[in-house]
Design a protein around this ligand. Structure first.
Ligand code: FES
Length: 232
C-alpha cells in the first residue's frame, strides 16, 4: 500500500472511531508431569520398537484421558502452523525418534468428545481409505467423520471438528531410546471432557476421574484396551 493510500485508510478509520481488532494470544505448550512410556509388561518403551502405523493407546495427562501414540513410518511435516477453535495460533514441530516419525495426540475428538472406552472406539488411526474416509493415514472419528492428519499436527482435513486434535508433547532420549510424555500443545478438551463424562469416568475409575498420571504411562495396542473398534 502506498503511503498516501495508507494515510487515507488511517484517517477513515479514525473518523469512524474504529479500533483495530486484537489478535488472540498464541496457544503455548502446557507442561504436565514428565512421564516415561512403558509397555504392558512395565518395560521401558524404546522408540525403535514402536510398530509402524499401528494404533497404540496410553493415558495422559490424566488417568482417564486417552492418547494415541503413532509411528507414522515416515517423516511428518517439519512443522505445521495451526489454530485452536478460539483462534489461538501455535506451531507443531513434528515427531520424535527415528525419522521424527513418532507422534502422539489426544484421542478425544475435537468435535463432540468421542473417545475410546474399554467397550468401544469410534476413533482411531486408519491407514487405508474407505467409503466414508477419502483420506488415508488419518485419525478418523466415525461419529460425524472428522478426520485429522497426524503428520501435520492433527490438522482437520475433513468433517465438523473446529480445531486440530491436541498434540501430546513427547521427548526422546537419544542415548537410551526411551520415550516420555511431557505436556500438550493446542486445544485441550479436558475441561469439556470431564464436564460431559465425569460421572461415568468416576464410576469406572473409583472416583478418580481427574487423577494426574505420574511416573509412567502404559502403552498398549488399541485392540488390547478396547473390545470393539468401529470401522467406517
Ligand atoms: S465427535 Fe468426532 S466427529 Fe463428531
Amino acid at each position: 500500500m502506498e503511503r498516501r493510500q495508507f494515510l487515507r485508510v488511517c484517517a477513515a478509520s479514525a473518523a469512524a472511531g474504529a479500533t483495530p481488532a486484537l489478535a488472540a494470544p498464541d496457544a503455548t505448550p502446557r507442561f504436565y508431569a514428565r512421564v516415561r512410556l512403558v509397555d504392558a509388561g512395565g518395560a521401558r518403551l524404546r522408540a525403535a520398537t514402536v510398530p509402524v502405523r499401528r494404533n497404540l493407546l496410553f493415558h495422559y495427562p490424566f488417568a482417564t484421558t486417552p492418547c494415541f501414540l503413532l509411528n507414522l513410518g515416515r517423516p511428518p511435516k517439519a512443522s505445521a502452523r495451526l489454530r485452536t477453535a478460539d483462534q489461538r495460533a501455535y506451531e507443531w514441530q513434528g515427531g520424535v525418534g527415528p525419522q521424527r516419525a513418532i507422534v502422539a495426540y489426544s484421542a478425544i475428538c475435537a468435535h463432540q468428545l468421542t473417545y475410546p472406552t474399554r467397550d468401544i472406539s469410534f476413533i482411531s488411526f486408519r491407514g487405508e481409505r474407505s467409503a466414508r474416509n477419502p483420506h488415508a493415514d488419518v485419525i478418523h472419528c466415525c461419529s460425524e467423520h472428522s478426520q485429522y492428519d497426524p503428520a501435520e499436527g492433527g490438522r482437520v482435513v475433513a468433517g465438523p471438528a473446529p480445531q486440530p486434535l491436541a498434540a501430546i508433547l513427547l521427548e526422546h532420549d537419544a542415548r537410551s531410546d526411551e520415550l516420555f510424555a511431557v505436556g500438550t500443545l493446542g486445544g485441550e478438551m479436558f475441561n469439556q471432557f470431564f464436564a460431559k463424562f465425569e460421572f461415568r469416568l468416576a464410576l469406572e475409575n473409583g472416583g478418580a476421574a481427574r487423577r494426574a498420571v505420574e511416573g509412567q504411562a502404559t502403552v498398549m495396542p488399541l485392540e488390547n484396551y478396547c473390545r470393539q473398534q468401529v470401522q467406517c
